[in-house]
Design a protein around this ligand. Structure first.
Ligand code: ZN
Length: 157
């Protein structure tokens, strides 16, 4: 499957203006981008439909995510979602982060109602739901996070 850049650009232009501004802000001014020198766990994610790549590093102490970084390349939705994720999970307990992943996932598949207070900037990604193929872009970083959390909660990294 080839990436239709023009089609993707058209989809992004069709997003609600407020949502688009938030996504573009995170894409242009990424939060917590880079790598941690000695992460507790590091996981890579790849979305073959779009070519998006994400590496997520977590530093965990006493069951709390004390630091988090992401690196990667791909479309604006995949990269801005990773930036929002790092903002959202920093300082959270592992189970809290997993619970946030589940609520975000529910919002993205349309079975959950987004609570703007709770999800913050993440709500902007709900606008991507009208382009089903792009939901994988928005959830890539989150599935990568879930894998990292799973390994931590299972006691292996
Ligand atoms: Zn993408």
């Amino acid at each position: 499957m080839t990436v239709d850049k023009e089609e993707f650009a058209r989809q992004e232009a069709e997003l609600d203006e407020l949502y688009r501004e938030i996504i573009i802000d995170h894409y242009r001014s990424p939060r917590n981008r880079g790598k941690l020198p000695s992460p507790t766990v590091s996981r890579e994610g790849f979305n073959p439909l779009c070519g998006d790549e994400i590496t997520l590093d977590l530093s965990v102490a006493d069951g709390v995510i004390v630091d988090v970084r992401y690196d990667g390349q791909g479309c604006s939705i995949s990269q801005s979602s990773a930036s929002m994720l790092t903002d959202a999970v920093k300082g959270k307990e592992l189970e809290e982060a997993r619970s946030l992943f589940r609520r975000f996932q529910a919002m993205m598949v349309g079975s959950g109602v987004a609570d703007p207070e709770e999800l913050g900037d993440l709500e902007a990604l709900s606008g991507v739901r009208k382009f089903p193929v792009r939901v994988k872009c928005a959830t890539l970083a989150w599935h990568t996070l879930d894998e990292a959390l799973e390994s931590l909660l299972q006691g292996k990294s």
